[in-house]
Each structure stands twice: as C-alpha cells, then as structure tokens.
Design a protein around this ligand. Structure first.
Ligand SMILES: C[S@@+](CC[C@H](N)C(=O)[O-])C[C@H]1O[C@@H](n2cnc3c(N)ncnc32)[C@H](O)[C@@H]1O
Ligand SMILES: Nc1c(NC[C@H](O)[C@H](O)[C@H](O)CO)[nH]c(=O)[nH]c1=O
Ligand SMILES: N[C@@H](Cc1ccc(O)cc1)C(=O)O
Ligand code: SF4
Length: 457
C-alpha cells in the first residue's frame, strides 16, 4: 500500500553542506563583505560543523545584523496604515502550505451546501476600501485565491469564454458561480478610492490574468497599472528553488516564472516587495539560494524592491502538517536567524520587515533588534494566517504601534508603501492616527471600543 510522503522521505539535491567556516562567514558579515550562499548557510545553521543551533554563535549573528540595520537605516521603525482586502478564497491551485483556499466548486450556484469561503464583488470591495480610506489608510493590500471566473479584463474574459478547452486553462464562466468576482481590472478600479495606494497582483495572480493568451507579463502588468495598480506584492515566492516548490506548491508557477513576472512588473514601472515563506520542508541551503535569487533580481530591477518580508510558516491547519509532511513551523531561533541573515545578505534591499501577524508582538519586537526595521501595517482584517491557525489577531492601532516601538527605545514612523513619505510620530503627542492617507487627518484609525479582537499584549 502506498503511504503518504513524510518529512523523513524528502531527499533534496541541495543540502546545507559547505567548504566555508562559521567564523569566516561571520567575519565577512561584520566587515560588510558581500556574502555567498555558503556564507549564508554557515550563518543560518550557526555552523555546519555541529548539529543544531549554537546559541552563543546565534547571538553573534544577530548582533552583526542589528549593527548593520543601525548603519543602513538608523533607529526608525516604520509601519504603514493599510487595509487587507482579500477578494475571494476560491482557489484550485492546491498549495500544501495553504489553508486560505476553498475548493472552487463549492462557490458554484448548483453546489448543494453553503461554501465556507467568500467572494466579494467589485462593489463590495469598494465599500470596504472606502470605509477604510475614510478612517485614514494609505494603502490597500489585496491578494486572493485564483477564482476560475477571474479574467484580467473584459477582453480577456471574451478570450477565455471562447477557449476550446476552458478546463485546461482553469476557467469557468462567472454565471456558474453564486457571486461574480468581476475582472481583476474591475476589482482594481473599484479599490482605487480617492487615490489610495493599491498593492496587489502577485506573480501567481498575474499568471492567472494571462492564462489562455499569448500576452506577456509586461502586457498584463501594463493593463493592471492602467486599472489602478500601484505596486506588486512579491508573495507566491515561497522558496525560489524548484525542488522545494515541487513538494509544497506543485500547481504554482516555477522559480523562473516568478522572477520573470517580477521583472516585467518593474519594467512597466511598478514598485515591488519580495518575500520568503520558510520553515516547512526546506533546509538552510534552500533559504540561502532564495536570498541570492532575490539579491540578483534586485540588481536586474534596479532597486525596485523596497522591502523584504520573511513569512514564517504557520503550520497548524495546513495539508503539510495534516499529512505528516512536517511536524511544526520554524523555531524562534530559526526565525531570528532568518531575519538576521536576510539583513546581512540582502545588501541591496533597504528594508526588512518584521511581520507581527506571523511573530506576535513580543517576538515581532525582538526581530527589530535582529536586523528588521519595518513593523508591517495596521491591516484591519486578516484571513490567510488566521485560517492556517495563527493567533496574533487582525489589526494593530497607531497607539499599539507607538507603545510597542517606544518600549524598545526606537522611533515610530508612519510610512507610505514605497517608503518615500515618512512621518516621525512624537510619542508625547497623543492621540495617534494616520496622516499620510488621502483622507487621513491624524485621528485614530480604530477606536478602542470598536475592536472585536483584543490585541495580544
Ligand atoms: C494565500 S496566497 C494569496 C495570493 C495568491 N493566491 C498567491 O498564491 O500568490 C499569499 C501568500 O500567503 C502566504 N501563505 C499562505 N499560507 C501560509 C501559511 N500557512 N503560513 C505562512 N504564509 C502563508 C504564501 O507565501 C502565499 O504566497
Ligand atoms: N501587508 C502585509 C501582510 N498582509 C497580510 C497577509 O495577507 C497575510 O496576513 C499573510 O501575511 C500572508 O502570509 N502580511 C505581512 O506579513 N506583511 C505585510 O506587509
Ligand atoms: N507587504 C508584503 C507582505 C505581504 C505578505 C503577504 C500577503 O498576503 C500580502 C502582503 C508584500 O507586499 O508582499
Ligand atoms: S497560496 Fe495562493 S495559489 Fe496557493 S492555494 Fe493558497 S490561495 Fe491558492
């Protein structure tokens, strides 16, 4: 009888094995020399000469990264007033680390039960974004499942409708579904309320937006930009090594496709972020290779990547955990080392984010002394991490931010998505609220009594 793949069965070509020594790698990091993949492996493992993490060595890596952070960006800790608006959870790509998705057939009108997921129409999205813009947000982040009815725009929808084998291009017409998500262009137009910054369309979504056509990624991102897209979130990166992608997301575009889409977005003038989703089946060699691919991409796109966002794998409700392919997510030591080595390795990316959704407040603050300098955003609503079993809530207020950042003696700064606009917040001048958004007037984004979920501090 066949048994499912387990952690022990995974055999990778790339393993954390080097000719470098930990001490050499650390000396290079301290001197500000450009690190190699082998150097990064030594630092991430605290030395391949011994098993497990050596705590004293780890502290030395964190210290080097913290010093580098201070040299590069100083003592300011940034965050953005933003809203997270996921349009739909319908998705058939089947990534094994993801519990955000719901099988697309459960959204069909003829499905006998009620779907556990949701789809918003462009009008629904507009209402949600409009309310948040009135409260003062600067940015809306929007990432979604790859709904089979989604097309880039009306022209793409017609092409898909006439496609001889719609199944092969993961298309079903909107009429089949209880709720029509509209097109990507319609969603972006609807979300562009009062000039709010729209951060959306991951490389995987861009791939979906060109399926069944011969359009280039440049063409796709150009059209999306015309519809209101401002910058692109570099999620869907996961681990940019195909032997890992083959295990955790075999239905996704490969490493080359992801890089091609990001380059195309930069070519049409869109700003980018980049991510890594780590702590599942991959090893330190894969993490280091991923960092190298991001550093090389940043050279090709001439600095268009404004921040690097490490996403710590949340394992509880995911197929990877449920099928015993992994037994947990990363440890705190691994999280800290990943942030630190990202800072030291990515010498051409200015900002490293500590994601409170993933780390919580206390560990999130610790990351700000391990190399990170950005503390994410207010987001107001969160589905991806929550559905995976994350427990750090869905929003942070400006007063939460000021209190947290002050508690470690750093300077709270409200930023725009691209970090071009920055506003230092005086902790002695409450109340605290956003000032950079199109309708921001400095009043609090959230009143304490409006909270439905308590903060975890
Ligand atoms: C859920 S997808 C939504 C956008 C789109 N479907 C895509 O894949 O690009 C966004 C990102 O969330 C992250 N993510 C999903 N599940 C996660 C988990 N269990 N732990 C940490 N990050 C996760 C992955 O990095 C993924 O690329
Ligand atoms: N805007 C950021 C988010 N947004 C929330 C995501 O949709 C989700 O919570 C999750 O992080 C996906 O893995 N999350 C960040 O970690 N950082 C952001 O800047
Ligand atoms: N702000 C980051 C992080 C992010 C992470 C996960 C998301 O689903 C969305 C955004 C980005 O732009 O990529
Ligand atoms: S990560 Fe994105 S593409 Fe993969 S299953 Fe989840 S929603 Fe779908």
């Amino acid at each position: 009888m066949e048994r499912p793949v387990t952690e022990a069965d995974l055999e990778f070509d790339h393993v954390p094995d080097t000719d470098q020594s930990f001490e050499n790698a650390l000396a290079k990091a301290r001197d500000g020399d450009r690190l190699t993949v082998d150097d990064a492996i030594e630092l991430l493992t605290t030395g391949t000469d011994s098993e497990g993490i050596d705590r004293r060595r780890k502290e030395r890596v964190l210290e080097a990264a913290n010093r580098r952070r201070a040299d590069v960006v100083g003592e300011e800790v940034t965050f953005v007033a933003n809203l997270n608006n996921n349009v739909t959870t319908a998705c058939n790509v089947g990534c094994l680390f993801c519990n955000f998705k719901d099988a697309a057939h459960t959204f069909e009108s003829e499905y006998e039960a009620e779907t556990a997921g949701f789809t918003k129409t462009p009008a629904d999205s507009r209402e949600t974004v409009s309310d948040a813009v009135d409260r003062g947000i600067y940015e809306v982040t929007s990432v979604s499942g790859l709904h089979p009815a989604f097309a880039l725009d009306d022209e793409h929808l017609e092409i898909l409708r006439e496609h001889p084998t719609p199944k092969e291009v993961n298309f079903k017409p909107p009429e089949v579904y209880e709720t029509d998500p509209g097109t990507y262009a319609a969603q972006l137009e609807a979300m562009s309320v009062d000039g709010v910054h729209v951060h959306s369309m991951t490389p995987e979504e861009a791939y979906h937006a060109r399926r069944g056509t011969d359009w280039s990624y440049e063409e796709v991102y150009r059209r999306l930009q015309e519809a209101g897209l401002d910058t692109v979130p570099g999620t869907a990166a996961e681990i940019l090594v195909d032997e890992v992608r083959d295990v955790i997301c075999p239905g996704k575009i490969g490493t080359d496709g992801w890089l091609e889409a990001m380059e195309a977005a930069a070519d049409v003038g869109l700003g980018l972020t980049a991510t890594i989703m780590y702590g599942h089946v991959e090893n330190e060699a894969h993490r280091a290779m991923h960092l190298k691919r991001v550093r090389e991409l940043q050279e090709r796109v001439d600095g268009a990547i404004t921040e690097f966002v490490p996403l710590s794998f949340v394992h509880q409700n995911t197929p990877l955990f449920e099928h015993d392919i992994v037994s947990s997510g990363p440890s705190d030591d691994e999280d800290e080392l990943l942030i630190a080595v990202s800072r030291l390795f990515l010498d051409n990316v200015e900002h490293i984010q500590s994601s409170w959704v993933k780390y919580g407040d206390q560990q999130g603050l610790k990351m700000l002394s391990c190399g990170a300098d950005d503390f994410m955003g207010t987001i107001l609503s969160e589905e991806i991490t929550k559905r995976a079993g994350g427990e750090y809530g869905e929003f942070r207020s400006f007063s939460d931010y000021v209190e947290l950042i002050e508690s470690i003696g750093r300077v709270p700064v409200e930023r725009s998505t691209d970090y071009e606009k920055r506003r230092v917040i005086d902790p002695d001048e409450p109340p605290f609220g956003p000032e950079l958004g199109p309708k921001a007037d400095g009043t609090p984004l959230l009143e304490r009594d409006e909270r439905t979920v308590p903060a975890d501090d």
